[in-house]
Design a protein around this ligand. Structure first.
Ligand code: NAP
Length: 247
């Protein structure tokens, strides 16, 4: 129970990677705020799974791309559990297409959820963590933010932006005991990647040194480490969880 008594907010935690992160942090004893935007049923199922295992959690509907909704999410967590120790910015979307076909709204919406959503939550949690003189912020980027990808100019820009935000905020908040890191997953099997054909998945798998696609639990393990006491001297870093995909 490494995180007993801590409060963790996980955005986009109703499914996929966010769900695995929420369950992992709960397993370690943290009280969890499950954020969702539209997957209410899934979010309530995560709450139920945590409660059945003896933990505490509640679900909050909020679109993290909206400044005020992000504020309500963070304040709600503080009101319910008295503090916010861990923020995991996981919510994310894709609107993939080649640049020549990419509409302005495809670019804006991806930046707005992935990058602005991350900023919004960091902005609202910072005063709380500054007062506490402790905190862990973990932002889910992507290896695509490091190496780019044809058809994902919007997504790559948002994920590269998260890395710049992470490093800058790590420098600003470090003196107050707050660490800020990013996790960059490679190809993880979730709804987001389910849309790709089996042929693409097979060729991806071939190109990965560890010869398998990632599991949501692979990402959750890295996040749990960064949230743990053992990671207290790590800040401003990007940890790739990609089976060696972009080595
Ligand atoms: P997913 O299964 O599609 O889940 C995305 C989550 O984000 C959902 O829970 C969704 O909630 C939430 N979300 C989307 N827009 C939101 C908003 N405006 N406000 C609040 N929540 C919002 O995708 P995933 O694969 O688990 O991805 C999770 C994160 O990992 C994303 O940031 C993604 O970019 C990153 N990532 C994934 C991979 C991969 O291979 N899967 C690789 C690298 C990085 P609702 O369903 O309630 O809308």
């Amino acid at each position: 129970m490494l995180l007993k008594g801590k409060c963790a907010v996980v955005t986009g935690a109703g499914k996929g990677i966010g769900r695995a992160i929420a369950l992992k942090l709960a397993e370690q004893g943290a009280n969890i705020v499950i954020n969702y935007r539209s997957s209410e049923k899934e979010a309530e199922e995560v709450v139920q799974a945590i409660e059945e295992a003896g933990g505490a959690a509640f679900a909050v509907k909020a679109d993290v791309s909206k400044f005020d909704e992000a504020e309500k999410l963070i304040k709600g967590a503080q009101e319910k559990f008295g503090r916010v120790d861990i923020l995991v910015n996981n919510a994310g979307i894709t609107k993939d297409t080649l640049l020549l076909r990419m509409k302005e709204e495809d670019f804006d919406s991806v930046i707005s959820v992935n990058l602005k959503g991350c900023f919004n939550c960091v902005k609202h949690v910072s005063p709380i963590m500054l007062k506490q003189k402790s905190g862990r912020i973990i932002n889910i980027s992507s290896v695509i933010g490091l190496v780019g990808n044809a058809g994902q100019a919007n997504y790559a820009a948002s994920k590269a932006g998260i890395i710049g935000l992470t490093k800058s905020v790590a420098k600003e908040l470090g003196s107050r005991g707050i660490t800020v890191n990013a996790v960059a997953p490679g190809f993880i099997e979730t709804d987001m990647t389910d849309v790709l054909s089996d042929k693409i998945k097979e060729s991806m798998q071939d190109s990965i040194p560890l010869k398998r696609l990632g599991k949501t639990s692979d990402v959750a393990e890295a996040v749990a480490f960064l949230a743990s006491e053992g990671a207290s001297y790590i800040t401003g870093q990007v940890i790739n969880v990609d089976g060696g995909m972009v080595v």
